[in-house]
Structures are given as C-alpha cells and as structure tokens.
Ligand binder design. Structure first.
Ligand code: SF4
Length: 229
C-alpha cells in the first residue's frame, strides 16, 4: 500500500487481511483502517459503484476499489496506490480539483440556445440522441484522466473526461456555446494532442469510450472547417 503524508517520505507498507470470495479492495481498506492502521487515508462514499469516489490504482490499473474483488487479482501481493496526474493529499487521497478546472476550461455546462423554450427535446430515436446517450453517463471519477499518458505529458491537455463531456454538448443541437467551445477544442493543446491510445476507454468503469468521443469531435471539426457540418 502506498503511504505518504505531508512532510514524510513516500513508502510502501504491507498489510494482511482475511479475504472471502467477495471481499473487495474497499472492504480490505476499511478493515485495515479499523483494525490495523487508523491513520490510513482513502476516500469512498456509496460503496456500491455509484459515486466513483474510491478510484485508485490496483496492481497497476485504475479501478474503483468497491468494484474490485481481491479474488480477481490473483494470489500474489496486491498493490494499491493513488490515481496518477492529480495532486496528492495523503496516502490514497488525491485532489480532484484539476478535474473540475479542465471541465470548466472546455465549457462543460449546457447553455440553452432558447431561454424561453421550456421543453427542448432531442428525439429518442435520432442519431444525435443515440450518440449523446452513449457518452453521457460520466460520473467524474477521474480514472480515465489517471490512465491518460497525454495528461502526464501536457498540463494544458483537457483530458478524456472533459473532451468526452465537450462531445456531448457539441453534438447537442440545443446548446448555444459551440463556437466558444470549438475555439478551445481546436487550440494547439486539445483535440490535436490525443494520440488515440485508448487507455481512457479501457479503464472507464461506466463503459464509456472517451477515445471515440474525441474521434467524433475531430470528425465534426473537420466537417465544420469544410463547411459541411
Ligand atoms: S469517462 Fe469514465 S473513467 Fe472517465 S471520469 Fe467519466 S466515468 Fe470516470
């Protein structure tokens, strides 16, 4: 287990827990904190894969601790460390405020084009609705950001979650902020920087595909530049 607190050196500490077939990494963390090490810091809330707050890196891969059974991780030592690319607060707890900042930077809030229209709808059987639906269920856990090597390389790159969110809005015919958003997305450090490796899509526990949303944004941007979109 990765341990660090302000003013101390980073270290790895081993713990042993009794595990049944359904014991999760989160169960083990709680047991360790209650019975072995009161000072161990980690974050969780719902315990059932709804809130996304227990994201950590387990055996080298980003996962939700509450949805990861120890029995699926083999018989060897299990390593648990905090998410990458976020400021570390203590032990397994990171500061997720850069996630929010990147969302803001791409204009992640919906802006209604017609303030007077009460019920603006996108038909449920339209292609627009289907494409947005496939990308809309992000709960902001940050796993994809931790898995993205471009985030590590370029601090100005918005990252997969923010670009995925931007796609849902650029695709939304009701939104009025598209031009402002395009100016961010087409800047040097946004869409052009994604290398398409797809780590984000691989780790997303919600089954979203931020890499696909980025490809769709590029297609839409190209169509717009050619005057056909
Ligand atoms: S896209 Fe998936 S992995 Fe990324 S923040 Fe949203 S839910 Fe988490």
């Amino acid at each position: 287990m990765f341990r660090w607190s302000p003013g101390a050196d980073e270290r790895w500490q081993e713990y042993a827990v009794d595990a049944g077939a359904d014991t999760t990494v989160l169960d083990a963390l709680v047991e360790i904190q209650r019975g072995q090490d009161l000072g161990l810091a980690f974050r969780y809330a719902c315990r059932v894969g709804m809130c996304g707050s227990c994201g950590v890196v387990v055996n080298g891969r980003e996962r939700w601790a509450c949805r990861t059974r120890l029995s699926t991780l083999g018989s060897g030592l299990v390593t648990v460390r905090p998410l990458y690319h976020f400021p570390l607060l203590r032990d397994l707890v990171v500061d997720l405020s850069p996630f929010t900042a990147k969302m803001r930077a791409v204009g992640a809030a919906f802006a209604a084009s017609d303030q007077n229209q009460r019920d603006a709808r996108i038909a449920s059987d339209s292609r627009e609705r289907r494409e947005i639906d496939a990308a809309i269920e992000c709960i902001g856990c940050g796993l994809c950001v931790s898995a993205c090597t471009m985030v590590a390389h370029n601090a100005r790159f918005p990252g997969p979650a923010a670009l995925n969110r931007a796609f849902t809005l650029q695709r939304d015919s009701r939104d009025a902020q598209k031009d402002a958003r395009w100016s961010v997305l087409l800047s040097d450090d946004a869409l052009a920087r994604c290398h398409g490796q797809g780590n984000c899509t691989e780790v997303c526990p919600m089954g979203l595909a931020p890499a696909r949303s980025i490809i769709r944004l590029r297609q839409m941007a190209t169509a717009r530049l050619l005057g056909v979109g």
